[in-house]
Design a protein around this ligand. Structure first.
Ligand code: FE2
Ligand code: FE2
Length: 477
């Protein structure tokens, strides 16, 4: 049934004009300016030739990080929570922590520290106010037909309900990230790993760049998930079909959980980045458009495709179990979201005129070029004091980005074909981009694989828990 149409042919929808200009307050400035002025630790270290490009920014960030630690935990010796926990007790003549408990205590201390970390306090760059408002002008639509909708859509809704999970309990948040390489990703995953300015750095400087790059990526995931949360909620209010409203409601809670999971992970990096410009541009275009299908096209097809490509690289490349697990679980939900976009749009686009479809194809092509060419992390390199041009070029040419682009088009191109936006315009564009091959991808197989991998993480966790339980029983006997 086409969106907006009703079984009896009469208009059973009821529209309420919605003009949400957004009246959120603005103006709470980032605290980073204050942090930059805090005293720097006088910790002399040997810098490599990379000093010219990274020393100033690295030290400024270190000072901000240390200042942040001190604000949260009180004065520490080099910000080491273990020293802080046991040393403070000793100095005060209090209880000495037995050695066998110290590792667990350190784990708990770090877990509490991360849980207490506020994202707004760890932004490395100004967020340009504490909120962002996108003006809206669309009809909120009621539907008086409460009969079950399309079988496939209701099946997806049932799956969405059954597969809810709690980020708090499904993931063991006491797991820690690695000090030098938080996600324990291979060196090739750092897109500037072959750039001269990086090769000249000392090991300590390289570790700092790794931490910032990974935190920048997770920040984009967290920010993008908030975009998805808002788009899913918009679909609930705007789309005419009741079955789509039902499914989008389950997606809305999925996206809130994704924001929560990435927020918890990001807190462990102790540094965060605002939404990068190209992503903001994409989300802005998607949200501003008053046509209901454009929210699907922008979010469910383009941004979800981008997200799946990026999450997959960490899920499959990270040796750190926490980083891999968070991405695997989020991807399990995302594959349902992409299926939702396919179901809703492939019923709708064949009903449009070629002219209307061309407009959508043009939007898609522009979005694909933007994702291919403009995600160059300029603000990150700038913040680290690195040569922007050199880093952006190295990033574009890196093997990591090449894999990312392959993965991106694997996720997007077959969906575009499937929903019927496959006119001359898009086919010529994709031929020019050299990505027509991806149209043959088996999307269902990709989605099944995303689900299987998440289940494997669950099974691994159950095995570990069984071993821990057995050890506890043995120790008690
Ligand atoms: Fe999501
Ligand atoms: Fe999603």
């Amino acid at each position: 049934m086409p969106p907006g149409a009703t079984p009896g042919g009469k208009d059973e929808t009821h529209h309420i004009k919605n003009s949400v200009a957004g009246d959120f307050s603005r103006g709470r400035e980032s605290e980073n300016q204050k942090h930059q002025k805090d005293d720097e630790e006088n910790d002399e270290q040997e810098f490599g030739d990379g000093e010219r490009c990274a020393r100033n920014a690295g030290e400024a960030q270190k000072a901000r990080d240390q200042s942040q630690n001190q604000k949260q935990n009180g004065p520490t010796e080099h910000g080491d929570p273990q020293k802080n926990a046991s040393g403070a007790n000793n100095a005060a003549g209090g209880t000495i922590v037995p050695r066998r408990f110290s590792a667990r205590l350190l784990e708990i201390t770090k877990y509490r520290e991360a849980a207490m970390t506020s994202i707004k306090d760890i932004y490395a760059l100004d967020t340009d106010g504490s909120t962002w408002s996108v003006p809206q002008n669309f009809d909120v639509t009621f539907n008086w037909d409460y009969d079950d909708g399309r079988a496939a859509m209701m099946g997806l809704y049932a799956k969405g309900k059954q597969m809810q999970w709690d980020a708090e309990t499904r993931i063991d948040w006491s797991q820690e990230l690695d000090e030098d390489n938080p996600e324990q990703m291979p060196e090739e995953s750092l897109p500037i790993h072959m750039a001269g300015c990086y090769l000249r750095m000392s090991p300590k400087e390289k570790a700092n760049v790794r931490r910032h790059f990974q935190a920048w990526q997770i920040s984009q995931f967290m920010q993008g998930e908030q975009g998805a949360l808002i788009c899913a909620a918009k679909i609930v209010t705007q789309v005419p079909d009741a079955d789509s409203k039902f499914y989008a409601a389950t997606q809305t809670i999925d996206e809130a959980r994704h924001v929560e999971a990435y927020k918890k992970l990001l807190a462990k990096f102790k540094v965060a980045y605002p939404m990068t410009k190209p992503l903001k541009e994409l989300i802005d275009q998607t949200l501003r458009d008053s046509r209901w299908d454009m929210t699907y096209l922008g979010m469910q097809v383009v941004i979800e495709g981008l997200a799946l490509a990026a999450f997959g690289q960490i899920r499959d490349g990270a040796q750190n179990p926490l980083a891999a697990q968070v991405n695997a679980y989020v991807m399990q939900d995302e594959s349902r979201h992409v299926a939702f976009g396919r179901l809703a749009l492939r019923d709708y686009y064949p009903q449009l005129t070629q002219k209307e479809r061309n407009e959508r194809e043009e939007f898609l092509l522009e979005a694909c070029y933007l994702m291919r060419d403009r995600f160059d992390a300029v603000e990150l390199w700038q913040n680290l004091g690195l040569p922007i041009e050199e880093c952006a070029t190295a990033m574009y040419e890196s093997g990591f980005m090449e894999k990312f682009r392959n993965s991106l088009f694997t996720r997007i191109v077959p969906i575009v074909k499937d929903i019927g936006l496959w006119g001359d315009h898009i086919r010529n564009g994709y031929t020019e981009m050299g990505v027509m091959e991806y149209a043959k991808t088996d999307v269902q197989a990709l989605q099944d694989n995303d689900e299987d991998i998440a289940k494997q993480f669950d099974a691994r966790r159950r095995d570990i828990q069984r071993v821990i339980d057995r050890a506890a029983v043995a120790a008690a006997e």
